[in-house]
Write a protein that binds this ligand. Sequence first.
Ligand code: FES
Length: 163
Amino acid sequence: MSSCCQCGNVVPDPRQQQLAEVFKKYAGQKGALIPVLQGAQDIYSYLPAEVLKQIADALNLPFSKVYGVVTFYAQFHLKPRGRNIVRVCLGTACHVRGGAKIFETIRNELQIGDGETTADLRYTLESVACIGACGLAPVIMVNADTHGRLTPDKLKAILAQYE
Ligand code: FES
């Protein structure tokens, strides 16, 4: 629930309704924790602590168990993520073709470090090992798009394409 800034009335958070549907879908099922976490993350784009608490309650599991699974798997995120995930390859082929300079240029452009998200939630920056497009080195991915044969001067225009 949150307050409407116009009238002060409490407005329901539609994500809570969606989360309730995820709980309903997996109610009583064995091995529900991972799919419930995935469903919750799809809704919130990350897993806030209060959502983890709700999941623990709904599945009747200790919070420590839920938290342990979330921190074990790289697919789950405890901090907000950007609308656009920028992955910069630092694998060998990209490295020898200037990947580090590409990474540094993007870091400066976005003013964030590896694994961080811009304050406006527009971008999350992540360094990765080979993303399987070595022939195009140096390579970045933005969401599902691959951008290869990069030079630092191309980056600003590429990032600007992603709102
Ligand atoms: S090393 Fe960068 S795509 Fe393979």
